[in-house]
Design a protein around this ligand. Structure first.
Ligand SMILES: [Zn+2]
Length: 145
């Protein structure tokens, strides 16, 4: 099991060390060298439509998985609590399918291969409904005056 280190950085360094996750909040990006050792730099922008990180105070998890089908190595792995968990390698057909598919299909793909985004989605909905509840309570409160 490969274990990565993480570094919070202001700027992405010119030369990246192997097995280090560089997290830049300023650039809302995580960058690391491909875990297979091929030397390619994997850039994972942080946004609701792209990747999210979870930092528990000690380790970092990235969601969804890292799928470098555009690279020669075709690596596909999860980074969970700084650990690299390898998945199957993308076959040529699967890569073509992903390339041709639209965004919706990609989302389906990630949902099938990774249940975490759904859990997050549920959490988000929970929070939203709580917020709505608070807001409507607030409105009632103020309008009753
Ligand atoms: Zn690689």
């Amino acid at each position: 099991m490969m274990i990565l280190k993480h570094k919070f950085v202001d700027k992405i360094p010119d030369i990246l060390e192997e097995k280090v996750l560089y997290v830049s909040m300023e650039y809302e990006t995580v960058i690391h060298k491909c875990a297979c050792g091929c030397g390619n730099e994997i850039v994972t922008p942080l946004s609701p439509a792209e990747w999210s990180i979870t930092f528990n105070g000690e380790t970092i998890s990235l969601e969804p998985s890292i799928g470098s089908w555009s690279l020669d190595c075709k690596s596909h792995y999860w980074i969970t609590n700084n650990r690299v968990k390898w998945s199957y390698k993308y076959s040529v057909e699967a890569i073509e399918k992903v390339k041709k598919s639209d965004l919706e299909a990609k989302k389906d793909h990630f949902e099938k291969t990774n249940s975490k985004p759904k859990e997050l989605e549920n959490k988000r909905k929970e929070r939203e409904s709580l917020w709505k509840h608070i807001k409507s309570w607030g409105n009632n409160f103020f309008s009753s005056k």
